[in-house]
Design a protein around this ligand. Structure first.
Ligand SMILES: *Cc1c(COP(=O)(O)O)cnc(C)c1O
Length: 361
């Protein structure tokens, strides 16, 4: 035993596990476990990344001005209230660091993204899990769970791993109903996949208690570079900027993201393609007796009869070189989360699930 002990909460963290990328003994397995864009980033982003290799000896801009202005221009936002992070995970971490400590509560939903709990615990705060209604965020349950100790409420909309989302009226009702001392965080990691949805930007504009987080890891296909951003009221951004390290984004990441956000044609193509094959895959699985909720994101949450069946299907998919995600850690033991890949991957998944179900019941 050592007398050297970490801060309270830290040993309660179960470290986050990324989606696996390999199956032992199978070359070229298809990774459908991390909601990555099967087509990768736009050519413009790759070109910007290559160009950045010529100035790797220079420190990156610490104010992210080029990237913030590009984001603001594309989304119709105020660049002064955009903050960039090393992935949106870092914005989530900043929010917990800045607003939640020992004795404070951080609300997330029953099947909410794992980093909310981890970031709360890392700062000594208490994560509070609120039930959902049939895998959909329940505004009334969240409002009922708020107390004097609540500091932050995290909602992913659309949510991961359920793929479901609540409407703008419901989000506004949540923002309106929260006590004055509570900050609402709308995690828009999948907002780009929803035609016509602003991720909550208008609500951020209208209020003082709402922050939006976004990422380049999903639709923009830049998960490997770690780029996310947040948009919030001036008072919140001023706080987050104080805990942010000056060089939290590499120059290559800033350059690639700036090019990516300007390439709306690529983003549109990926959004349309995803919607098409998401619908096709959901229908194909349903025909094999595997239902899923209507997903607004780039994955499907396939529901099986029970955990044994879900696990057995996962094993079969693996044997066919298809890597999907088990989500028992999200209180969904009978489900598998399957990223919408390209056409060939979707067809392979549908075929393999069909094979499995033909023998399973
Ligand atoms: C993938 C994901 C993120 C994290 O994205 P990064 O920007 O890669 O850190 C955040 N929230 C949700 C809900 C996600 O699914």
């Amino acid at each position: 035993m050592s007398d050297i002990t970490p801060q309270p909460g830290i040993l309660d963290i179960t470290p986050y596990q990324g989606g696996s990328a390999h199956v032992p003994g199978i070359a070229n397995a298809v990774k459908l476990s991390s909601n990555e864009n099967p087509f990768g980033p736009s050519d413009a982003a790759k070109e910007a990344f290559r160009k950045a290799s010529f100035s790797l000896h220079r420190y990156p801009p610490s104010d992210h001005a080029g990237l913030r202005h590009a984001i603001a221009a594309q989304h119709g936002l105020d660049p002064e209230r955009v903050i960039c992070g090393n992935g949106s995970d870092e914005i989530i971490a900043f929010l917990c660091q800045a607003y939640a400590g020992p004795g404070d509560e951080v609300i997330h939903t029953e099947h909410g993204f794992g980093m909310y709990r981890i970031s709360a615990l890392a700062n000594g705060a208490t994560p509070v899990e609120v039930r959902e209604r049939e895998r959909v965020t329940d505004v009334d349950a969240i409002l009922a769970a708020c107390s004097a100790a609540t500091k932050l409420v995290f909602i992913a909309n659309p949510n991961n791993p359920t793929g479901t989302m609540i409407g703008e009226g419901e989000i506004a009702r949540l923002a309106n109903g929260l006590p004055d001392h509570v900050l609402l965080v709308l995690d828009g990691a999948y907002a780009e996949y929803v035609e016509g949805y602003d991720g909550g930007a208008a609500l951020v504009e209208a209020r003082q208690n709402v922050v939006m987080t976004r990422t380049f890891s999903k639709l923009y296909g830049l998960g490997g570079l770690r780029i996310g951003w947040g948009y919030g009221p001036e008072h919140v951004i001023a706080v987050l900027d104080r805990v942010r390290g000056p060089f939290n984004l590499s120059s290559a990441a800033q350059a690639a993201a700036e090019a990516a956000v300007r390439d709306t044609a690529w983003a549109d193509k990926c959004r349309v393609d995803n919607a098409r094959w998401r619908g096709w895959l959901a229908e194909a699985l349903a025909e094999h007796g595997v239902p899923s909720d209507t997903s607004l994101a780039n994955f499907i949450l396939a529901r099986f009869a029970n955990q044994a069946e879900a696990d057995a299907c996962d094993e079969h998919l693996k044997s066919q070189g298809l890597i999907v995600r088990r989500v028992a850690g999200y209180n969904l033991p009978n489900c598998l989360r399957i990223t919408v890949g390209d056409e060939a991957s979707c067809r392979r998944v549908a075929h393999a699930v069909g094979q499995f179900m033909a023998t399973a019941r």
